[in-house]
Design a protein around this ligand. Structure first.
Ligand SMILES: [Fe+2]
Ligand SMILES: [Fe+2]
Length: 143
């Protein structure tokens, strides 16, 4: 699995958000590493659960900040956060079901791991670049 590297393209220059994005990126890389090492599914499920929990906290913090900054794209941004969480939660629930039926579902489990890895690789990076970057000037004006 290819790790995601922190880059200037991902950096917003908003320290609190950058710190949270880096933390989410680290958890995503933990998942990718574990998936690449064929770690047991409970471990993958655990990392994914942690990632979703931290993401929820990050999204809330970000939305509060965007509200303070009177960001005009806030409603759409919130909706996108909601969509990402629903998708992540669905994947997580499929993982928890697999834990009980690991033996006969080996192929399905591997396929799900790959699907989750691809989703995580794209959701974080794509969301930061496409949806988070545009709020930058509004938030920077706050200080
Ligand atoms: Fe966001
Ligand atoms: Fe964000």
């Amino acid at each position: 699995m290819t790790m995601i590297e922190w880059s200037n393209e991902l950096k917003l220059g908003v320290p609190a958000m950058d710190a949270e994005h880096r933390q989410l990126l680290k958890l995503t890389n933990d998942f990718l590493t574990a998936a690449g090492e064929h770690a047991p599914f409970p471990r993958l499920t655990h990392i994914m659960g942690e990632l979703i929990a931290r993401t929820r906290i990050h999204f809330q913090a970000e939305e509060t900040l965007l509200d303070r900054a009177a960001y005009p794209g806030l409603a759409g941004h919130k909706a996108e956060h909601g969509r990402l969480l629903v998708e992540a939660q669905r994947l997580y629930e499929r993982f928890t079901t697999l834990d009980d039926t690991l033996g006969p579902d080996q192929d399905a489990a591997r396929a799900l791991t790959l699907e989750a890895a691809q989703f995580l690789q794209r959701w974080l990076v794509d969301h930061i670049i496409a949806d988070d970057r545009p709020y930058r000037p509004y938030v920077l004006r706050l200080t």
